[in-house]
Ligand binder design. Sequence first.
Ligand SMILES: CC(C)(COP(=O)(O)OP(=O)(O)OC[C@H]1O[C@@H](n2cnc3c(N)ncnc32)[C@H](O)[C@@H]1OP(=O)(O)O)[C@@H](O)C(=O)NCCC(=O)NCCS
Length: 166
Amino acid sequence: MSAPVHLRDATPADWPGVWRVLEPVLRAGETYAYPRDITEDDARAAWTGSPGVRVLVAVDDAGTVLGTAKYLPNHPGAGAHVANASFVVAPDAAGRGVGRALARAVLDGARADGYRAMQFNAVVETNTRAVALWESLGFAVLATVPEAFDHPVHGLVGLHVMHRAL
Ligand SMILES: CC(C)(COP(=O)(O)OP(=O)(O)OC[C@H]1O[C@@H](n2cnc3c(N)ncnc32)[C@H](O)[C@@H]1OP(=O)(O)O)[C@@H](O)C(=O)NCCC(=O)NCCS
């Protein structure tokens, strides 16, 4: 049976745990278009430093960070009623419902914060597990930008733009 997962807003003290989760995924370069050699400082700025961002963590009973998500305005000004979001679960915690729990918390949080919709700008089309998760939560693929992502294993693959109303 899976251990309980608790969801809450991240604090600055969570960063080492958040980085432990992010680093292997960003280094792998298969799901996000960050430089694979990104520094910890740049990753921290990218994950936690954007205007209007809200960062969540999923932790176990011991306080270990198992996953993290962030959401923020997809565009400023006239586009700020549409949220964008990103999710990463630690590889050693995958497949236990952490991603789905984070996604539900992000959808609920974004709705409560007044966002009217959520848009993912760049879901790698070979990331079938994530695509299936987002579709199960009501997202639709609006379009696929061809060959927009240089995958380290599959080469040039498409990026889905995914969307749902809130
Ligand atoms: C995508 C990601 C966030 C999913 O998180 P997760 O905690 O592993 O996902 P969950 O355990 O909540 O499972 C979600 C769904 O994935 C599928 N899934 C879970 N474990 C799986 C496995 N071992 N193999 C294949 N699919 C699996 C199931 O369809 C599951 O749906 P269910 O709840 O109906 O069973 C996580 O794999 C991750 O961080 N990947 C790297 C970064 C990334 O791709 N982020 C998203 C970019 S768009």
